[in-house]
Write a protein that binds this ligand. Structure first.
Ligand code: PMP
Length: 433
């Protein structure tokens, strides 16, 4: 398998783009080697610039629940784009998509569209602060909510710590209002509330943590957060940028039956185009400009091409048995991967929910916070990644990213993945375990 065209492009890219990429994980720092440049995608497959074809489990990090270039989405986007790219004025399609989302997610009574998940989470926090007139937020170690200053905090040894920025360029005066707790540790959250409760505007949480590989919420965790927020009159923000329309049509909030005050959405809502959103209770959303005093705006917010792709995608996933089929395929793959690993004495845990799955090279069966994920054998993941790539299967270039299945993945792709994994476990990984 040659990567000569990718190598050529990368050599050129690093001259003009820092690190040669426009988002750090793409640089392959997590697995070593050089990034692969993609040229096309069709269904469950991506093809790189050297014409190598891979079964794709990255799915552009989540938007492509239908797979690449779905013909119906494509047709609607092509029809829309001919009539103008952007107006900076309201269009009918954004109203249709807003209405649709409020129907699918009853907790979202009103919605505001933006262009990225970062913007959506940042705006949701500002709204929560404006609404409650409080300063502090609680976030969980290992959860990612985009790269706005106050949310770029994940580190912090020990419990109940104030946030220390984990990027240069973020003043501590900004992150001093970000309180951290370990995911799934309700008692830490309760302790933060008992100390700072009257100044906590909101908890922001990924209802399924999908940015530290895949960590499922323990039973009662999300409801416990809801109860604490009610007790202290704080807002509960679910960041459903990954889980929205993914773990269920109504998102993780439907799956776990816990109602947030504000929901952050992204990825699938734009059908592969740049769109994201935040929404929630009407009385909270009324605090946004132009109605209220919380300012928020965007030149390309509600872009009609992105709205069209999002609406077409929601139409297609809102079909009988869509999730049943997709989720079933994912559990089959997860179970079989785990069995194949066992047969070859590779210590691999495979966790899944909906069409998300995570691979953990560890003996430990329980994965409940970021420390558990970090304790996995990262080197083994790196070897697995490169060996699978050679086999024509593209997983995320980092052990800390989740894998995405799409509706376009069928039996043939699952079989190809399992056969490849079997060869990889047999040849490459077996001796090392
Ligand atoms: N929140 C979550 C849960 C995410 O997974 C991401 C991105 N993966 C973001 C927010 C930020 O979204 P974006 O990359 O569109 O800014």
């Amino acid at each position: 398998m040659s990567h000569s065209q990718s190598q050529k492009l990368y050599a050129e890219a690093i001259q003009y783009i820092p690190g040669g990429v426009n988002s750090p994980v793409r640089a392959f720092g997590g697995v070593g080697g050089e990034p692969i440049f993609m040229q096309s995608g069709q269904g469950a497959y991506v093809t790189d610039v050297d014409n190598n074809r891979y079964v794709d489990y990255v799915g552009s990090w989540g938007p492509l629940i239908l797979g690449h270039t779905h013909p119906v989405v494509l047709e609607k986007v092509m029809a829309r784009v001919q009539h103008g790219f952007t107006f900076g004025a309201p269009t009918a399609v954004e109203v249709a998509l807003a209405k649709r989302v409020t129907e699918l997610m009853p907790a979202v009574q009103q919605i505001r569209f933006v262009s990225s998940g970062t913007e959506a989470a940042m705006s949701a926090i500002r709204l929560a602060r404006g609404f409650t007139k409080r300063n502090k937020i609680i976030k969980f170690i290992g959860c990612y909510h985009g790269h706005s200053d106050g949310l770029l905090v994940a580190a912090g040894s020990g419990l109940l710590t104030f946030g220390v920025p984990n990027s240069a360029g973020v003043p501590e005066s900004v992150t001093q209002h970000t309180l951290l707790a370990n995911y799934n540790h309700l008692e830490e959250v309760a302790a933060l509330f008992s100390e700072y409760g009257d100044d906590i505007a909101a908890i922001i949480v990924e209802p399924v943590a999908a940015n530290a590989n895949l960590i499922l919420p323990k039973e009662g965790f999300l409801q416990g957060l809801r109860d604490l927020c009610d007790q202290y009159q704080s807002l509960l923000i679910f960041d459903e940028v990954i889980t929205g329309f993914r773990v269920a049509l109504g998102g993780a909030q439907a799956h776990y039956q816990v109602v947030p005050d504000i929901t952050v959405l992204g990825k699938i809502i734009g059908g592969g185009f740049p769109a994201a959103a935040f929404g929630g209770r009407k009385d909270i959303m009324a605090h946004l400009a132009p109605l209220g005093a919380v300012y928020q705006a965007g030149t390309l917010s509600g872009n009609p091409v992105a709205m069209t792709a999002g609406l077409a995608t929601l139409d297609l996933i809102d079909q009988p048995h869509f999730y049943e089929n997709l989720n079933q395929k994912t559990s089959v793959l997860a179970k079989n991967l785990s069995d194949v690993a066992k047969q070859h004495h590779v210590a691999l845990q495979v966790k899944s929910i909906g069409s998300l799955f995570g691979l953990f090279f560890t003996e430990k069966e329980i994965i409940e916070n970021e420390a558990d994920v970090k304790a996995c054998d990262i080197n083994l993941y790196k070897q697995f990644f490169h060996a699978m790539l050679k086999e024509g299967v593209y997983f995320a270039p980092s052990a800390f990213e989740v894998a995405f299945m799409s509706a376009a993945h069928g039996e043939a792709e699952i079989a190809k993945t399992l056969e490849a994994a079997e060869r990889v476990f047999k040849k490459t990984l077996r001796n090392q375990c």
